[in-house]
Design a binder for this molecule. Sequence first.
Ligand code: BG6
Length: 496
Amino acid sequence: MNNMNPKSLIVIFGATGDLAKRKLFPSIYKLYQKGKLTEEFAVVGVARRPLSHEEFRSYVRQSVEDSTSQELKSDTFISHFYYHSLDVTSTASYQELKSLLERLDEAYNVPGNRIFYLAMAPEFFGTITAHLKSEGLTATNGWKRLVIEKPFGHDLKTAQQLNQEIRKAFSEKEIFRIDHYLGKEMVQNIEVIRFANAIFEPLWNNRFIANIQITSSETLGVEDRGRYYDHSGALRDMVQNHMLQMVALLAMEPPIKLTTDEIRSEKVKVLRALRPIAHDEVEQYFVRGQYGKGIVKGKEVVGYREENNVDPNSNTETFVAGKLMIDNFRWAGVPFYIRTGKRMTEKSTKIVVQFKDVPMNLYYRTSETISPNLLVIHIQPDEGITLHLNAKKSGETMKTTPIKLDYCNNCIDGINTPEAYEKLLYDCMRGDATNFTHWDEVAASWSFIDPISEVWENTKAADFPNYEAGSMGPKAADELLKKDGFYWWPIHYNGL
Ligand code: BG6
């Protein structure tokens, strides 16, 4: 592992799709530009439609130019791209792909290292991996890895089936399940903030923390993904993966070493410690929402039920807020509140750690309330950390004033944070699976989510749509915290 310039063939299934175009080709280009790829690599785009290598190359060129807003002057990078039109059920088609890969191994001096990236609808994952094995594409002298995108199943049962299918061709160590949140700079920073600073870890428990809030709000609606989204909903689309991964990173014990296995094993323990929510408790712990029409960033937008490919009576949630309890020694009694939704006020992902109030407020006598200390981790679009403290109001004897200590990652000149996909692709080439989801994490997450989605699927939400596009979600999401004596800290909180 950790070969800095890994030689490999990257085979992208779904090469004419949106993900490949928007994220994968531009990321490969950036790695190339930074010298992380050298010249010993090739990319084979695979999809159904017939395209020549040349046609595919101009498609890739366009995608890179769109993302960098610059003309790609040299042809060298693009010359590494090849195309194969695949009929997913035809053995002959895989045989042809196999000989192409063998030719490319020779041509680019690649010792049989192969990444099979499935950037496509999951219904074909099993068929493809079975053929990769039966037709000998995985029988290579080098290493082989399988990268798969979410959704990994629709619930625990379907996830298990999918896992069994792909495990027939790849071992767990060879499977890289993408959760692109794990590639975000500030998500990766959670561990560093916690474990590289003496001042946080001693306080990182139920004696000093009152609650933790994670908000991931989006302004976009479902765009052209109605068909997928209407069968998924926010719980499966965002909570089962991204939100629970952030919870795990915030709540895990310090690993004994920074190795993939140690980190993953600590995360799995958190997910297993999540207090299961029984069917009749769902209402108490979780709130669902669906957006109606409204105004987002000054523009009128339609309600969810009016979107393309969405059932006009849809019962699908586009917003989720939840209260999670982690039943272990460190976190007993500390609520983790999460909320995420489409068509909200602004695009923002933030974590707020609210510390308990000081034991005795000496400043009440001056009718000053003291704001709680908050540690805010800004994941996106800003990247940074803010620590909210109280200080003396200058000039006034015994009065306090809230102050902020700020660190802004993407404000520093010259720091252009790499895209999550760029980092994850590179990790995969080097064989570092730390920022990918292990099967045990997937399974534990579905076990937690399943009862909630069962209840929601079987009971019609009578109040849908229950939040206006452009708002921060339904009222019930505020009530969820109010019951516990808390409230959501505003996205742009500047002190009380
Ligand atoms: C994806 C979801 O996993 O994450 C999308 O399928 C969502 O619905 C996206 O929009 C959000 O990612 P980001 O990086 O824009 O916060």
